[in-house]
Design a protein around this ligand. Structure first.
Ligand SMILES: Cc1cc2nc3c(=O)[nH]c(=O)nc-3n(C[C@H](O)[C@H](O)[C@H](O)COP(=O)(O)OP(=O)(O)OC[C@H]3O[C@@H](n4cnc5c(N)ncnc54)[C@H](O)[C@@H]3O)c2cc1C
Length: 117
């Protein structure tokens, strides 16, 4: 089972950790276009308001700690720009080099935040 998770913060990181607990053998890849994963979104106002002084206190996991603890392949500064549902593959753009590459999946999780219209 190969699971690709797009978005590595609230829903994405939670899903990845839960999946690993359910299946030790699954290949799990988590992709985020931002610099960080698994940070405390809800603590941001405290950082802006200078109650939390060091932004590192908002970071719960890093790509390395997530790999070490859960064996999850975390890719940051990479954006998923296309989904081919029929072929079960996605197109990913590395934001630093602009290089694009494909990744296949058995299951795809989208946790990229959403908004109502
Ligand atoms: C200040 C603040 C306070 C909040 N307080 C509360 C609260 O008290 N209670 C509560 O229930 N909720 C609260 N929320 C809302 C909660 O944080 C969000 O509902 C939750 O983070 C959404 O989870 P998510 O995984 O969908 O998105 P996020 O946690 O926002 O993560 C989405 C990630 O997806 C990445 N991404 C998006 N598109 C792509 C792409 N194409 N390719 C790769 N990566 C992509 C983004 O870079 C981002 O890191 C608060 C939010 C904020 C900002």
């Amino acid at each position: 089972m190969k699971v690709v998770i797009v978005g590595g913060v609230a829903g994405g990181a939670t899903t990845a950790a839960r999946l690993r607990r359910l299946d030790e053998k699954a290949q799990i890849i988590m992709i985020d276009k931002g610099n960080h994963i698994s940070f405390a979104n809800c603590g941001l106002p405290y950082y802006v308001g200078d109650v939390i002084k060091d932004k590192k206190d908002l970071l719960l996991q890093t790509p390395k700690s997530f790999y070490d603890r859960f064996n999850i392949d975390v890719r940051v500064r990479e954006e998923v720009i296309k989904i081919d549902k029929e072929k079960k593959k996605i197109l990913i753009k590395k934001l630093e080099t602009k290089e694009e590459y494909e990744e296949t999946y058995d299951k795809l999780v989208l946790s990229t935040r959403s908004r109502t219209n």
